[in-house]
Design a protein around this ligand. Structure first.
Ligand SMILES: [Fe+2]
Ligand SMILES: [Fe+2]
Length: 188
């Protein structure tokens, strides 16, 4: 008699669902950055737009990273519809306030997966998720730094000239930001 097919799935159903949800959340983040980037470009801030477009690409790489992990662990990937991005920001300062709150929201969602993996003693997923924990610190810090710079320029009431300088700095800075595709779990 043939033995039952060996179970090669190394993820619980709950973790698999949570990882799939997080994967979609990263895709949603990519859409948000695409949307805000297009808004910034239309306002004439091409430095900011370039930064946001690059960031969109990073979020897509995060999505792929989770997708690959689910498959590697014998799980099933569920590609679903991505929610539409929220409304456009009102000004550059508001844009980065929104960016910061989206990142915090994503961090909270990542923490939930970490907590779940801890409860289930799924140490592989716990370890995998640590890369994201670290990445979120970087992303939150980056958004806060940019908000600080804008605050010095007057926040929502920043003068055109200050915004011009900010945009020019962003155009220069975006070339220095490490791209997620060059990053590995060992070398985040
Ligand atoms: Fe992300
Ligand atoms: Fe992010």
């Amino acid at each position: 008699m043939r033995t039952k097919k060996m179970n090669t799935k190394r993820l619980s159903t709950t973790i698999e669902a949570a990882l799939n949800a997080q994967m979609t959340k990263e895709a949603h983040a990519a859409q948000i950055y695409l949307s805000y980037g297009s808004w910034a470009e239309r306002q004439g801030y091409s430095g900011v737009a370039n930064f946001l477009f690059r960031h969109s690409h990073e979020e897509r790489n995060h999505m792929m990273k989770i997708l690959e992990y689910i498959l590697k662990r014998g799980g099933e990937v569920a590609v679903t519809a991505i929610p539409a991005p929220p409304e456009n920001p009102q000004n550059i300062s508001h844009c980065f306030e929104k960016v910061f709150s989206h990142e915090v929201d994503n961090t909270n969602s990542i923490y939930k997966v970490v907590k779940m993996s801890l409860d289930e003693e799924d140490w592989a997923t716990w370890n995998f998720m640590q890369w994201f924990v670290k990445e979120q610190i970087e992303e939150e810090t980056l958004a806060l730094d940019l908000l600080d710079k804008l605050k010095i320029s007057g926040g929502g009431n920043a003068k055109m000239n200050d915004l011009y300088v900010f945009d020019r700095d962003m155009a220069k800075a975006s070339g220095e930001v490490k791209s997620a595709q060059d990053v590995t779990i060992e070398n985040p």
